[in-house]
Ligand binder design. Structure first.
Ligand code: HEC
Length: 306
């Protein structure tokens, strides 16, 4: 027989009613914990990572591609898009663009991606597809992405400009002919497909803030400072993106142009005849979007700029 110690005498009235429920609660937390986690932000983020095409909230909404009616009518997209979907699980529906069949300065409303006939007069986007028409003419189609697109749209852009995507374009046959082909030059994959900022605004900003020294385009073709490279010549350089995104750090700009929040603070003692032009970060993004859409100068052999 147990001796009835004081501790034992407390067991029934105190331990059972107080500690046992606490223990059971703790145990149930351990068991159901993972479910709680799945409802938290961390769980959702992990679930989305598994499917990069998924938009927050809406599971796997099909992306909307707006394209020139000619591309849709040819049956080409009906050939191309399922091949991308099969590989990635990302669905894309094609809709004809309304209005004029030219590359807009921004993405058409309601679209994640646009594939648009590029007329001689328009610039913008990256040419990813060429078409030989029956009368021997060549049409070029440009891919345009908005600044804030779902990851699936970027994935499509990467796929379409990759060797596999470009080969897929050439595989389409209609009446025994191959109407579509990749462009002569491999498109500039990661660099030019993403439109950031507003290229139209960027064009004006470039004329205004950079056109004093650089030739920007037709509007100041005869201006600019002779030894200063034109924007289209700079755009033709392989590392144009890096040069432009850091131009404010490169001579002679620190004394001339300040990008708010990006430029280093200037040494006070620095004496310049003129105070520098100040542009905002958004204006800088607009200029970058304009440069991205610029037709690179055709300088023949690869250019080495310094
Ligand atoms: C005061 C004249 C002047 C202005 C204004 C100016 N630049 Fe320049 N920029 C130059 C000169 C000169 C060079 C060539 C520097 C060299 O070759 O070392 C240059 C070179 C560049 C380069 C190539 C840099 C490199 O190191 O490869 C970029 C990119 C550039 N400028 C962008 C811009 C942008 C964008 C603006 C407007 C926001 C602008 N520049 C305004 C004079 C100017």
């Amino acid at each position: 027989m147990f001796r009835q110690t004081p501790a034992f005498r407390l067991f029934l009235p105190v331990f059972l009613p107080v500690f046992l429920p606490v223990l059971m609660l703790a145990w149930s937390l351990v068991v159901t914990g993972p479910q709680w986690g799945a409802q938290s932000g961390i769980g959702r983020a992990a679930a989305q990572e598994a499917d990069p095409g998924a938009a927050p909230g809406a599971a796997a909404r099909p992306l909307v591609l707006r394209a020139s009616p000619a591309l849709i009518d040819s049956g080409f997209l009906a050939f191309l898009l399922p091949r991308f979907s099969l590989k990635t699980g990302i669905d894309i529906t094609a809709q004809p663009i309304a209005g004029k069949d030219i590359v807009p300065t921004d993405i058409p409303a309601g679209a994640d991606i646009a594939l648009i006939l590029r007329s001689a007069a328009s610039t913008g986007g990256t040419i990813v597809i060429t078409q030989k028409t029956n009368d021997g003419a060549t049409r070029r189609y440009a891919l345009v992405l908005a600044d804030k697109v779902p990851p699936g749209a970027r994935r499509f852009a990467r796929w379409l400009t990759s060797p596999i995507g470009q080969r897929t374009i050439a595989q389409f046959r209609k009446d025994g002919r191959q109407p579509f082909a990749p462009p002569e030059k491999r498109p500039d994959t990661a660099t030019t497909v993403i439109f950031t900022g507003n290229a139209q605004r960027g064009e004006n900003l470039a004329y205004l803030n950079c056109g004093r020294c650089h030739v920007i385009g037709p509007r100041n073709r005869m201006a600019g400072i002779g030894s200063t490279p034109s924007f289209s010549a700079l755009r033709a350089l392989g590392n144009w993106r890096e040069r432009f995104s850091t131009f404010f750090d490169r001579n002679p700009h620190p004394a001339v142009v300040v990008v708010n929040g990006l430029s280093r603070p200037r040494a006070e003692a620095q004496t310049t005849p003129m105070s520098p032009v100040v542009i905002s970060r958004d204006e800088f993004k607009d200029i970058l979007a304009f440069v991205a859409a610029l037709e690179p100068a055709d300088l023949g052999a690869p250019v080495a700029h310094q």
